[in-house]
Design a protein around this ligand. Structure first.
Ligand code: ATP
Ligand code: MG
Length: 203
């Protein structure tokens, strides 16, 4: 039987934006994935999620952003787990539950440079292929990091051929706080939701 290929996009998605969506879609196409899971993190130990944003807000924004794209599927695997969420635990759980699936963990280059500081990087790299996209980085720098990881861990880190979209959630949060337009940087439906619920506004 043909092995299925499932992409995983982890993140805080606070809020989800076109950088995330473009990344998932490009990975879907370039690697012939069957599906891309959009998997929000519960409580990243390295990041404090802004206090006025509830988990349900992040989930609702993801659902609005992906509802028109059958390539994407919302996943609550990390939200359901208690305590800190570690990528290695997620991959351990998924590879055990779905032994017939090859997992492609999709991330931006900023995450690729930090991956060795994550819990059990060797195991992460053994359990999944990694798909890395540039943000504002040069391709040669990313390729050097990919080669380094592949050599050191006998890993399969692959580079995504995607355009650089310099959008980040932190930039969007700041823009909204300043009352500036974020149109064309994230889906309209998400922007409407943010306005309706007065998220990220100055308090
Ligand atoms: P924040 O500014 O709050 O850190 P973010 O925009 O970086 O938010 P995250 O939820 O932290 O979004 O990112 C989830 C994943 O998506 C990470 O692997 C990150 O590198 C990647 N990513 C986010 N935005 C982009 C982008 N514009 N281009 C490429 N990768 C991106
Ligand atoms: Mg980030």
């Amino acid at each position: 039987m043909k092995r299925r290929k499932i992409g995983i996009m982890g993140g805080t998605f606070n809020p989800i934006h076109y950088g995330h969506l473009m990344l998932g879609e490009t990975a879907y196409e370039q690697f012939g994935l069957d599906q891309v899971l959009i998997m929000p993190a519960k409580n990243p130990y390295y990041k404090n999620i802004s206090s006025n944003i509830k988990e349900e807000n992040r989930v609702a924004m993801i659902q609005l952003a992906i509802e028109d794209n059958p390539h994407f599927c919302f996943s609550d695997v990390e939200l359901k787990r208690s305590g800190n969420t570690y990528t290695v635990d997620t991959l351990d759980e998924l590879t055990k539950a779905y032994p017939d699936v090859d997992f492609y963990f999709i991330l931006g280059a900023d995450s690729l440079y930090h991956i060795e500081s994550w819990k059990d990087p060797a195991k992460i790299l053994a359990l999944a292929k990694i798909v890395a996209a540039s943000r504002a980085d040069s391709y040669s720098a990313i390729d050097a990091q990919i080669e380094y990881l592949n050599d050191k861990y006998d890993a399969q880190v692959l580079r995504l051929n995607s355009p650089n979209l310099e959008i980040s959630s932190s930039y969007l949060r700041k823009q909204i706080e300043l009352g500036r337009s974020c149109r064309y940087l994230l889906p309209d439906a998400v922007l409407h939701y943010i306005k309706e619920h007065k998220l990220y506004e100055k308090r």
